[in-house]
Each structure stands twice: as C-alpha cells, then as structure tokens.
Design a protein around this ligand. Structure first.
Ligand code: PHE
Length: 333
C-alpha cells in the first residue's frame, strides 16, 4: 500500500516523466519487480493472498501508465512523431469525373430502351472509320474530321468518331442490333476552349425490320427529356453525314432562357446536341446486311458537349486538366 500511495501521487507531464516512472516501478530494479522477488521467500500459507494483491497492483500501475501515455500524446502539439502532411479525419473522398457522370447517365437512359454497351478499339483502320461507313476514297467528307495517322501508311489511325464501333457491331453481332458505344475519339485540331484533340462520344445504333425515322425521333425525344428535363423540346435540322440518309442535327430547347434566347444559346433559343439519321442502305450493304429487309437509325454525340450544357462548363480544357478545384464541384452530383 505504501508503493500504491507513492504511485498515485505522481503526475507525469511528459514522455520522459512517464518513462522514469515506468522504470521506477516496473523496471528490472523497480518496486513492483522487487516485491515479486520477495514473494519467493514468504511463507506458503501467505503466498495466495500476497500474490493476488501483487498482481492487482501490477495491473493497476500498467493501466494507469497507459492512460497517462494517451493523455500526454493527445495533448502534445510539438510531438516529433506527428506527420502534419497526413489528411485529417474524416478522410475526404474524390469525386467522379463529370465525363464519367454524364457517360453513366447516358448509358442508364439508353439501357432503359434496350440498348447495350458495345466497345471497340481506339486505334483503327481505314475500313472501320471511313470506308465501311460510305466515305468514298478521296471524298472531301474525309476532311470533315482531321485524322491522326499513326504510321506513314494510310491504314493505321486513331478513330475520329465512335461510328467505327457501329461497323464492328454489324460485323460481329446478329440482328437485330441495339447498341450504344461510348469511347474516346481523336481529331487533329488546335486545342481551345471549344475544341480539343481528344474527346468522348457516344454512338447509338439500332437495326431491325421496319425501323423508321419516327422511331429515331421518339428515341431522341425520350433521351432529351431524361437528360435535360421533361419540359425539353427538340428540333431536327437537315444535315449531312456519309453514313446516314436522311441525316439531321438535333437541337434541344435552351433551359436557361426557356427558349426565349440568351447568350448561352446565342439568342436562338436552341442548343445543338447531336448528329443522327437513318443508316444509309449503302452502309448496310457494305456490312453484309440486306437493306431490303432491314433498316436502322444511328446517332452520335459528344459527351463533353452534353456535360457542358448540363453543368454550364464554358471551357473544354477543364475536363482534361484534372484540377481538383474543378473536380471537387461534382462531389454531390
Ligand atoms: N459520327 C458523327 C460525328 O462524329 C456523328 C453521327 C453518328 C452522325 C451517327 C450520325 C449518325 O460527327
């Protein structure tokens, strides 16, 4: 009890104090260790009680030292063991990239209509990117998309659109085909706020018996309402792509001004969103599909463009810089 009393009156302030105390009581020549030695020589009838008391004392002291240790550690600010570069608790998580968010949302929307995801290679050949899509040799339509060629030969190139995956799905899959193809595409363009040499597209293709332009329009209307809100309107403007006939460009009504006109929609009330059309019978035939029995529609859009409209991002380059101040804004989407 003398030892216990002495111990209980202590009040260590630092690790050094604590280490002295540990040595004084539990060290090789410490008070408690000495008592254990005495234990050997006491009469056997007292051993039981003495031993019990001794063990209790030892545990008490060990526990108290542990308690002091935690106290000292949590109070000390100048502790050399603290790594101030560690992240504070709770550890904050990253966020999904806006392009992934929009891509996933697009996949969900079209999945509901029965489209499945189909992917193809980024490094392609002329056939899959151009020839099978009815771009004739030497046709100026090839210049619509400035191509990166990988070797000096004309046949190894980076795909300029995801339409190449249309071709791959027609090559491999049985009819009917109903696929969406998300992926990276590459064009030799100067990088600016409005253009980049790498971006993402998502392509849709549906081929079956009796697929009509009305099916295309209804599919796109459904998509626009799901993506931009149920009050969204669409309009189709005639356009040209070598692989669709007729071809169109789809606009959605500008949400910001409700179609009245503002700086975002350049005072037109409409925003251009995607290209689309009925698959040209030539393309069906080039890919071994009987164009008398089957018809189809296709559409393709830039994911960055959809994300820009959705999140009001004004500079395309932000998507590729991975600045956390930009990325953190998508945490709660
Ligand atoms: N491939 C076209 C482009 O990159 C988009 C498109 C896809 C148009 C499918 C029509 C049909 O601009």
């Amino acid at each position: 009890s003398e030892i216990r009393e002495r111990f209980n009156n202590l009040n260590p302030k630092s690790r050094e104090d604590l280490e002295k105390i540990r040595i004084e009581f539990l060290g090789r020549n410490g008070h408690v260790t000495k008592l254990f030695e005495e234990f050997k020589s006491i009469p056997s009838e007292l051993k039981r009680e003495f031993g019990k008391g001794l063990n209790t004392l030892k545990t008490e002291i060990q526990n108290k030292i542990q308690e002091w240790k935690s106290e000292i550690e949590s109070n000390s600010t100048s502790n050399v063991d603290i790594d101030i570069t560690l992240q504070e608790y709770p550890i904050s998580f990253g966020s999904r990239h806006p392009i992934s968010l929009v891509k996933n949302e697009l996949i969900e929307i079209f999945k509901y209509l029965g489209f499945t995801v189909y992917e193809g290679p980024e490094i392609e050949d002329d056939w899959h990117v151009f020839s099978a899509l009815n771009f004739p040799e030497e046709h100026p339509a090839r210049d619509m998309q400035d191509t990166f060629f990988i070797t000096k030969g004309p046949d190894v190139l980076l795909r300029t659109h995801t339409s190449s995956v249309q071709v791959r799905s027609m090559e491999k899959e049985d009819l009917p085909i109903r696929v969406i193809c998300p992926g990276r595409v590459f064009r030799n363009e100067a990088i600016s706020a409005r253009a980049h040499c790498i971006f993402h597209q998502i392509e849709g293709l549906y081929i079956d018996k009796n697929v009509s332009f009305a099916d295309l329009k209804q599919t796109l209307l459904y998509f626009a309402k799901e993506m931009f809100g149920t009050d969204t309107k669409i309009r189709l403007r005639p356009s040209y792509f070598p692989f669709t006939e007729p071809s169109a460009e789809m606009d959605v009504s500008c949400k910001l001004c409700g179609g009245k006109g503002c700086s975002v929609c350049k005072y037109t009330g409409w925003l251009e969103v995607l290209g689309c059309g009925m698959v040209d019978p030539n393309v069906l035939e080039l890919n071994g599909i009987d164009s008398k029995k089957y018809s189809g529609f296709a559409f393709g859009m830039g994911i960055e463009r959809i994300a820009m409209l959705k999140y009001q991002v004004k500079d395309l380059r932000l998507y590729f810089e991975n600045d956390v101040r930009f990325l953190n804004q998508f945490k709660n989407w």
